[in-house]
Design a protein around this ligand. Structure first.
Ligand code: ADP
Ligand code: MG
Length: 702
């Protein structure tokens, strides 16, 4: 039996530094290492040797195929498997893998969305190995595959994937943060963005899942009456893991560990059947790849345990949705966290400057950050049951907020409590990290030495949101560096920059309850945007200020931004189209027939009783019959409206923005009405007559 000891299996399927050191000639190893550390392109002779060693290692571990593993704009990962086999003239075969195959591949990727970046007749893009993310082996029932994390570009150099802009944004913040550190007389080779994404998901019994067309086609329930018990008792959150779930989770852990994903914590989440997995944080690029692997592994292993893993942002109405909390910080080469308050006045000042840069960035670019988390699925989550609201604000904790207030206050005389804090001269008062009363309602929270962005949906790649956070913070750091580099007196300039930043952007700080109605009002008074749907949110991707911001830092070109905007609109429209069609299908083939059977049973019952006992009281049955018949009539006419809406939408062919708006304003609204009537019918029709698994069945399966 293979070892279960995490130490033995961790990274056993990764072509990591240790394996490279062991298997590569010293010169090749050093050349590769230099490419990785300095993000330089790999020399072809080096690639040839690396490819050979990688192939041998993979074949020894049972691999027969390799794939360039990349993240196209669909948001999921894509792979095209090639075998190592190459025929020989004598009719045999050898296993081959060249340097060229390692560093470049040419997928015929015409079916991936490119938002007009690449027309189908020139379908080929090319993929290039991203050697900063190590190659790994993926094992499944079909065998073992060598996966090579790659970036995906068009021949004209436009990024067709999520990784390329992410890498560019890491470079942008690296450049700007180093300028700031230099002002504090610090040198570091690289500043790394550190990311720890917490992943939420639901598990549903596979047999029940198979009986729900909506779950299979759309990932969420389009009908479903709330169960008598939901999450109100808080008895699931951090509750004991049920054995079946625990066994699934340890399988997931083991698979992830083999691929070098440091799955660390697992627990039950707030909603019944909802769980979370968090890794130990790593560099932004690797964390992004690992999160994709985590999602696919969670789904894959679920089948082995007769579960379906739901990654949708809101699979069930009435209980929590699922998100992805993206923990974000910056680290120097020697592991110094730039968001960790220091002990000396200078360290404190540096901390405050980085803190303010983030606050300023978030306030200035709130609509863009909001857009980064926008999707049809997440629209059902943001602002609903215990999910962050659609309003962007920052939680700092009272003590830290007070410290910032003290920096702003310029008139300390006579006030013993509020002493002005001289940035770079005074020491920060020691502040405790808010853990006990940590505010979980904030979309962007400072949690002691990192920020946590909680708006991202459970289904999304974290690449997009991270690209945006990195770039907006890089931009503020760049403005601050411009001002400080030219200052004659650094300390005074520093104080002014920090003070001004707090003054101008204080409005985005909010420590209160983000779920409350009062906050919605208060945010409006403060002028903070509240954008509650994807169609409105994503317009920000093509606003002049966004185009300028991303061009300045070389992260997205205008064409790349327009393509992403188009793809998001298209995706939104497609998602709702599929949901609407699925709803029509379930309504016509599951729900209406059930309601008809029930009404027939009632009328049969009335007739039979009246025949047997003409004076019997059948008023209850008659009332029930009237109610269900009325509901059937309303359901039928609303269903017709929905079909008409779909038909209208299918005829909008030339204006994707209008199409998305139409789905939002017309189709979705009718879907909501249809659901209300359907759910009412579920509440009255006898359990044995209801053809699809109920919320109670699905959420309380073990
Ligand atoms: P929770 O928020 O559930 O209480 P933690 O805050 O301890 O849990 O950690 C959540 C995630 O944040 C984990 O993935 C962890 O590795 C990550 N994390 C911890 N420190 C940092 C950091 N400095 N930068 C980025 N992520 C971090
Ligand atoms: Mg957290």
């Amino acid at each position: 039996m293979s070892s279960c000891n995490p130490i033995d299996i961790f990274g056993s399927n990764v072509f990591n530094d240790r394996v490279m050191k062991e298997r590569l000639p010293k010169d090749t190893y050093n050349a590769l290492k230099k490419s990785i550390d300095e993000s330089l392109p790999l020399d072809s002779s080096v690639a040839e040797v690396v490819a050979g060693a990688m192939k041998d290692w993979a074949i020894e571990k049972g691999a027969t195929h390799y794939t360039h593993w990349f993240q196209p704009l669909t948001g999921i990962t894509a792979e095209k498997h090639d075998s190592f086999i190459s025929p020989t003239p004598n009719g045999g075969a050898i296993m081959e893998f060249s340097g060229k195959e390692l560093i470049k591949g040419e997928p015929d990727a015409s079916s991936f969305p490119s938002g007009g970046l690449r027309s189908t007749f020139e379908a080929r893009g090319y993929t290039a190995w991203d050697c900063t993310s190590p190659a790994f082996l993926q094992e499944d029932l079909s065998g073992v595959t060598l996966c090579i994390p790659t970036a995906f570009c068009s021949y004209t150099g436009e990024a067709l994937d999520k990784k390329t802009p992410l890498l560019r944004s890491c470079e942008a913040i690296n450049v700007q943060a180093k300028r700031i550190l230099k002002l504090f007389n610090k040198e570091t080779k690289n500043i790394t963005v550190c990311i720890g994404p917490e992943q939420e998901y639901f598990l549903v019994d596979k047999d029940l899942y198979e009986k729900r067309l909506d779950l299979k086609f759309t990932g969420r329930t389009l009908f479903g009456q709330k169960p008598p018990k939901g999450q109100e008792l808080d008895d699931h959150y951090f509750g004991t893991l049920k054995e079946r779930v625990a066994s699934y989770m340890s399988d997931v852990d083991r698979e992830l560990w083999k691929m070098g994903v440091s799955a660390k914590t697992k627990h039950n989440e707030a909603a019944p059947s909802q769980h979370e997995l968090a890794p130990i944080y790593s560099s932004c690029n690797i964390a992004t790849d690992h999160n994709q692997l985590t999602m696919s592994t969670l789904k894959r292993i679920a089948h082995r345990h007769n579960f379906a893993c739901l990654m949708h942002e809101r699979p069930f109405n009435g209980v929590n949705g699922s998100g992805k909390h993206v923990n974000w910080s910056l680290s120097t080469d020697d592991g110094q966290n730039l968001l960790d308050p220091g002990k000396t006045p200078s360290e404190n000042a540096q901390f405050l400057l980085f803190l303010c840069a983030v606050i300023e960035a978030i306030d200035k670019h709130a609509p863009l950050l909001r857009a980064s988390a926008a999707s049809a699925g997440n629209d059902h989550r943001l602002g609903a049951n215990e999910a962050p609201p659609a309003i962007i604000s920052i939680f700092l904790g009272e003590q830290l907020e007070e410290i910032l207030d003290n920096i702003v206050c310029d008139n300390p005389s006579g006030d013993t409590e509020r002493v002005r804090l001289d940035v770079g001269v005074s020491t920060l008062p020691h502040f405790r990290k808010d853990t006990a009363d940590r505010n979980r309602t904030s979309p962007f929270a400072f949690t002691g030495n990192k920020f946590e962005f909680r708006m991202v949906g459970s289904n999304a790649s974290i690449a997009g949101p991270c690209t945006i956070i990195n770039t907006i913070v890089a931009d503020t750091l760049s403005d601050m560096a411009d001002e400080l580099e030219n200052a004659s007196d650094f300390n005074t300039a520093l104080h002014n920059v920090v003070q001004r930043s707090i003054r101008e952007h204080r409005r985005v700080i909010f420590n209160g309850n983000g779920y409350s109605d009062e906050w919605v009002e208060e945010a409006k008074r403060r002028g903070l945007p509240n954008i509650d749907n994807t169609v409105d949110a994503i317009g920000e991707f093509i606003s002049p200020q966004t185009v300028e911001l991303f061009s300045k830092h070389g992260v997205y070109t205008q064409t790349e931004l327009s393509s992403r905007y188009e793809i998001k609109l298209e995706k939104y429209a497609k998602v709702i189209h599929i949901e609407a069609l699925t709803m029509v299908d379930m309504a016509a083939k599951d729900i209406l027939p059930a309601a008809l059977r029930f009404s027939t049973a009632l009328s049969d019952n009335i007739i039979k009783i009246k025949t047997a006992a003409p004076n019997a009281d059948t008023s209850v049955q008659e009332e029930m019959l009237k109610n269900i018949t009325d509901a059937i009539a309303r359901f039928g006419s609303t269903l017709d409206k929905l079909k008409l809406s779909i038909d209208k939408a299918e005829h909008i062919t030339d204006d994707i923005a209008y199409l998305a708006q139409f789905y939002r304003d017309d189709t979705l609204a009718i879907m909501d009405s249809l659901r209300v009537i359907g759910d009412y019918m579920e509440s009255v029709v006898g359990r044995d007559m209801w053809p699809i698994p109920s919320y109670s069945d699905m959420l309380f399966y073990v």
